[in-house]
Design a protein around this ligand. Structure first.
Ligand SMILES: *[C@@H]1O[C@H](CO)[C@@H](O)[C@H](O)[C@H]1NC(C)=O
Ligand SMILES: *[C@@H]1O[C@H](CO)[C@@H](O)[C@H](O)[C@H]1NC(C)=O
Ligand SMILES: *[C@@H]1O[C@H](CO)[C@@H](O)[C@H](O)[C@H]1NC(C)=O
Ligand SMILES: *[C@@H]1O[C@H](CO)[C@@H](O)[C@H](O)[C@H]1NC(C)=O
Ligand SMILES: *[C@@H]1O[C@H](CO)[C@@H](O)[C@H](O)[C@H]1NC(C)=O
Length: 659
């Protein structure tokens, strides 16, 4: 009875109500008669509910318990005493209680059982219409709810009966909360529909799409139903106009307390595509699948041109994530819909402040910093955070190399004291945006240029700086091209089959400022081929002419017989290339078993290189001028061969072949 004292806000003359819900007997029963007498004296009406589950499960006799509870309840017991067999059955008596309690206080004399528009809580939700405001009135008509339009047409309040078709009395729809959320959408034909959510309708929630005429007559064109009890379907609605052409493309309906896996309060946002005159389901959005409460969909916001591609996106608050610190999900638009996979999850935990319930409300309609991009304001407990949109830029890069191919044969410069092939890469950058008003700004781009060469065996190097990797930055004005030149050179190389690779990679400074478009490439590879110098067709047709003469020679008919003491013979060889360049030319040498390779003496050691290696079985291969035995080049050398002393009773044979 203390609770009803004036110090605690009790008003004289107001009805006083006490509700006792218990599943067991009291421990201070001896004080009960005095307490009840006091209640009687102070006109406190007492409802008592006995929950018998505890007794029934233990098969105990609840007689004493029931007697005590009936004693507590006001008389007559039929009106003030309830019993339920189990805890869940409590739901069944909520409606009956509601009826009796509502009529105790606040109702008008002429209708004791209904509040009508008292307790309406008008403004619980509001939505701006082109010519006025649509208000939600969750508390109207005994919390069945309602809406009110205040516009050029005047003030329109649909009566309770206007929604009767959707909220029939026999369903005992106490507290459907119509008007918990309100919105409007425009069909492709230009017709406007009002939208109102009733998240407690049959405990599953419902969204009404309707027209309202100035007399307050409601024409419901379509209803959308929730699918899960307690999910609060319709507590938030969002009409999304993707292209900004005035016609709504999507309606988003949130069910923030939708239970996901492991009975977590995941939340879910349903998408409906707006057709000619009807909406049809078009998938749903979800939070990240983590074992945590999320309440995804507690707030919905549209952000025009979020992806800077002309399409609106949506932001969805999930205030219970990360231990009630909260997170905001960002979804980008696609033609006619939203990309179901979120583009970004912004978590309060990462923002650095000690935020709680970040994402409880959200709005993305203003450009707060004047950069031409819409920013997003996000509500948290006792705080609001403005998230700035960053510009999305695309960087296109072109690389050209002069000359376009590396000549194997013609050295055009000196590097490090020897002949080299010098080349120059011209690299051009251009930064642009997808949005219509790019504005003036410089982009700070970091880039690397590298020659993909292994060490050792590297074939090329940059003329200045590091030999194979240059790390640089450039200030790029938006919309204009900037070029740089990078000189490099190719050293003497034997590997001319694999083209030389030049790789460019680039990135923006990630911390602040603009971000790189995901669709924009971040690297480029340019292959520079080696050029064989074989005429127009670059096909090398060589003609190797081999001439050899020995200082002793014989044939089958007239063999040359060696005298004792003769130990060696000399073979003079001349190889000439009479046609185009010969690549990887070889000279093959085979000796009979009684001959040994002793030495090879080049006539002009500076001209064409000759490198011989034994293949086994008295065979040798000499590479001629590797990699290239040039057109019209000639090589002459003397082979010195030794006879083996033991096997002289055989023919000695020398075979030479050039390929
Ligand atoms: C209790 O109700 C009676 C009859 O309605 C009234 O006369 C009396 O003053 C009320 N007592 C209190 C304490 O409000
Ligand atoms: C509980 O209530 C029902 C119906 O109101 C009644 O039939 C039943 O006897 C009650 N049980 C007890 C234990 O009072
Ligand atoms: C009182 O409200 C009920 C329920 O809405 C309605 O059926 C009845 O007509 C109302 N009575 C009066 C007198 O307004
Ligand atoms: C450039 O190369 C360095 C060293 O390998 C690397 O750390 C950096 O990320 C590269 N930068 C870009 C833009 O590729
Ligand atoms: C050069 O020719 C030799 C013998 O025909 C061959 O084994 C080798 O792979 C060739 N080298 C190249 C680079 O083509």
């Amino acid at each position: 009875a203390e609770s009803f004292s004036a110090e605690r806000g009790g008003r004289p003359g107001a009805a006083r109500l006490l509700l006792v819900v218990t599943d067991g007997e009291s421990h201070d029963g001896e004080e009960l008669p005095a307490a009840l007498a006091e209640c009687e004296r102070r006109n406190i009406t007492r409802y008592a509910i006995a929950v018998l589950g505890h007794y029934l499960r233990r098969q105990q006799d609840p007689e004493d318990f029931i007697r005590e509870i009936k004693f507590i309840a006001s008389d007559p017991d039929e009106k003030y005493f309830f019993n339920v067999t189990d805890e869940a059955a409590l739901n069944d008596i909520v409606d009956a209680l509601g009826d009796r309690i509502f009529s105790l206080e606040g109702t008008r004399e002429d209708n004791e059982s209904a509040f009508e528009l008292e307790m309406s809580q008008i403004g619980f939700s509001i939505h701006l219409l082109e010519d006025g405001i649509l208000f939600g009135m969750v508390g109207a008509y005994d919390w069945e709810g309602g809406v009110l339009e205040e516009s050029r047409r005047g003030r329109i309040i649909p009566p309770r009966e206007a929604f009767q078709g959707e909220f029939p009395l026999e369903l005992k729809n106490h507290a459907a909360y119509l008007g918990y959320s309100v919105s409007s959408l425009r069909l492709p034909g230009g017709q406007r529909l009002l939208v109102a959510g009733a998240p407690r309708f049959q405990h599953k929630g419902k969204v009404l799409l309707f027209q309202l005429d100035p007399a307050g007559t409601v024409t419901v064109t379509q209803t959308l139903m929730g699918e899960q009890i307690g999910s609060y379907f319709g507590s938030e609605v969002l009409a999304l106009d993707l292209e900004g052409d005035g016609a709504t493309d999507l309606l988003l309906v949130a069910a923030p307390t939708y239970l996901g896996g492991q009975s977590r309060e995941a939340g879910k946002v349903y998408l409906y595509r707006v057709g000619q005159d009807r909406l049809s389901p078009a998938g749903s959005l979800h939070p990240e699948a983590r074992p945590q409460d999320s309440r995804f969909g507690s707030a919905l916001g549209a952000v025009p041109d979020l992806g800077q591609d002309g399409l609106a996106g949506a932001v969805v608050g999930a205030p219970l994530e990360d231990g009630h610190r909260g997170a905001l999900y960002v979804f980008h638009g696609a033609p006619g819909t939203l990309v179901p996979r979120h583009k970004q999850r912004i978590e309060a935990a990462a923002l650095g402040w000690n935020l709680r319930y970040f994402g409880i409300s959200v709005d993305g309609r203003m450009d707060m910093d004047g950069d031409g991009l819409v920013d997003v304001a996000v509500g948290a407990q006792g705080a609001a955070v403005v998230l700035r949109s960053r510009r999305i830029v695309r960087v296109s890069v072109g690389v050209s190399v002069e000359p376009g191919a590396i000549s194997v044969t013609r050295r055009n410069c000196q590097r490090g004291g020897s002949g080299a092939v010098c080349l120059r890469a011209r690299i051009c950058f251009r930064a642009g945006t997808r949005s219509r008003s790019p504005g003036d700004m410089d982009i700070d781009l970091r880039y690397n240029v590298s020659l993909e060469e292994r060490i050792p065996g590297s074939r090329a190097a940059f003329d200045s700086g590091s030999r194979r990797l240059l790390q640089r930055r450039i200030e790029l004005p938006l919309g204009r091209q900037s070029c740089i030149r990078v000189p490099f050179h190719v050293l003497d190389t034997s590997d001319y089959l694999r083209p030389l690779g030049l790789t460019l990679s680039w990135a923006l400074d990630e911390a602040t400022g603009p971000v790189l478009d995901e669709a924009s490439p971040t690297s480029l590879r340019k292959l520079i081929p080696f050029f064989k110098d074989c005429g127009e067709d670059d096909e090398c047709v060589s003609d190797l002419v081999l001439r050899a003469s020995a200082d002793i020679a014989g044939s089958r008919q007239s063999p040359h017989v060696l005298r004792k003491g003769r130990r060696r013979m000399l073979v003079r060889v001349e190889l000439e290339n009479r046609e185009e360049n010969a690549y990887n030319a070889s000279l093959w040498l085979r000796l009979s078993g009684n001959l040994h390779f002793s030495s090879l003496v080049l006539q002009d050691p500076g001209a064409v290189k000759l490198e011989c290696s034994a293949l086994g079985g008295h065979r040798w291969r000499c590479s001629v001028g590797y990699p290239v035995f040039r057109s019209h080049a000639k090589v002459s050398f003397t082979l010195e061969l030794e006879f083996s002393c033991s096997v002289l009773l055989d023919r000695a044979e020398v075979t030479l072949e050039a390929t």
